[in-house]
Design a protein around this ligand. Sequence first.
Ligand code: ATP
Length: 301
Amino acid sequence: MNIVELQQVGKHYQGVEALNSIDLSLQQGEVLGLFGHNGAGKTTTIKLILGLIKPTAGQVRVFGEDPTGDNAYQLRRQLGFLQENVSFYQQMTGREVLRYFAKLKGCDKKQVSDLLEEVGLDHAAMRRVKTYSKGMRQRLGLAQALLGQPKLLLLDEPTVGLDPIATQDFYHGIAKLKAQGSTIILCSHVLAGVEKYIDRALILGQGHLLAEGSLATLTEKTDLPVTFSLQGSNLQLPIDLQANSSAINGGYKVQVSQQQKMATLQQLLAISSLENIDIHMPSLEDIYTHYMNDVQHGEHA
Ligand code: ATP
């Protein structure tokens, strides 16, 4: 059984076509990165999976059931959700907030201490939330999402407000949850650093599915070039590479197709005046930009 299944899902708000013919299936233990520009339809997708709204077309199934159906209450106990810009009751301590949510979710309060420790907030557990920094509130939000060991986690901009080390810690946490069998949907505008931790990416543009697949699949599909940055005094490039090169910072930038990568590398390493070489493979950011350029040129419709 797929944990999440969207079949030809559409969502219209008054006058706005927020989502159009979206297909998605997620299996247990998969981590999906959900990406798109502002207003692309990411939050709408999350709300549909949470059962907060109904689709106007198609079908949404979570653990094989309609998330807005009669059994939705039971189903939601298996879900964890961290919303964008999370906010809590300012006068309560971190521990009180978590104990409150544990009660609402009907899960064991004993988890609270462990979760506070896991997100690095045990030292501040007895402090009121109003004294927390943005990153601390975000960590508390993550602890709240992890209450009840959810089988499906939906995280909207989870690393906003986290410093680089905390962001790394967060992604390590994601890897750990995945290893324990959790299925995770991760929405983010910050693409750098995400790619290592997701199995697949789904890119939305103006409510349409622009691309879906593993990074390897999308790299192959987009056929974006490999970039070599070369430094050296009096560098002379082989004639056949000159057409693909441009001068940068006293050196050269050479772009070739992924198929030509190894042959080009061998050619470049044979240049005696070459002093340094950097190789840039297409990143998730490059792939995202490629599809967003298509949206701007109206090529998705
Ligand atoms: P962001 O990255 O800015 O959070 P998003 O990808 O999450 O954007 P959505 O919030 O899903 O985008 O919105 C998709 C579209 O639907 C937008 O055009 C938005 O204005 C519209 N929309 C969302 N909710 C409503 C609503 N309740 N009523 C009318 N339009 C809505």
